[in-house]
Design a protein around this ligand. Structure first.
Ligand code: HEM
Length: 84
C-alpha cells in the first residue's frame, strides 16, 4: 500500500442514515472500527482507512467525533462499491 495504489475503495457514508450510513452502529462499534479496523460484522476495513492512527485517539476525542457525526442530518446515499 502507498501513494501509488490505485484501487482505493470509496470512502463510506458516515451520516446516521439507517440503511446507507452508520445509523445501526452503536458508539462501541464505532470505537472498535476506529481502533481495531473491524466493522460490527467483524469484517476488516481496508487499510487505506487510517484506523491505526485513530486508534491513538482518546475516548473523549473519538466520542466528540461520534457526537458530531450523530448530529448530522442522515443522507440516504449508497456509495458504489462500498459496504456490500
Ligand atoms: C476521524 C476521521 C475518520 C473517521 C471518523 C472515519 C470513519 C470510518 C468508518 C467508520 C469506516 C467504516 C465504514 C463502513 O465500512 O461501514 C471508514 C472507512 C473508510 N475510511 Fe475512514 N474515517 C476517518 C478518516 C479517514 C481518512 C483520513 C481516510 C482517507 C485518507 C479515510 C478513508 C476511508 C475509506 C477509503 C474507507 C472504506 C474502507 C473499506 O471500504 O474497507 N477515512 N472510515
Amino acid at each position: 500500500m502507498g501513494p501509488l495504489r490505485t484501487d482505493w475503495p470509496p470512502a463510506p457514508n458516515l451520516t446516521p442514515d439507517p440503511e446507507t450510513g452508520l445509523g445501526p452502529w452503536s458508539q462501541d462499534e464505532f470505537f472498535r472500527a476506529l481502533r481495531e479496523g473491524k466493522r460490527p460484522d467483524g469484517s476488516s476495513i481496508d487499510p487505506v482507512m487510517p484506523w491505526r492512527n485513530t486508534a491513538e485517539m482518546t475516548d473523549l476525542e473519538l466520542g466528540a467525533i461520534w457526537a458530531y457525526l450523530r448530529s448530522l442530518p442522515p443522507v440516504q446515499a449508497t456509495v458504489p462499491g462500498s459496504m456490500e
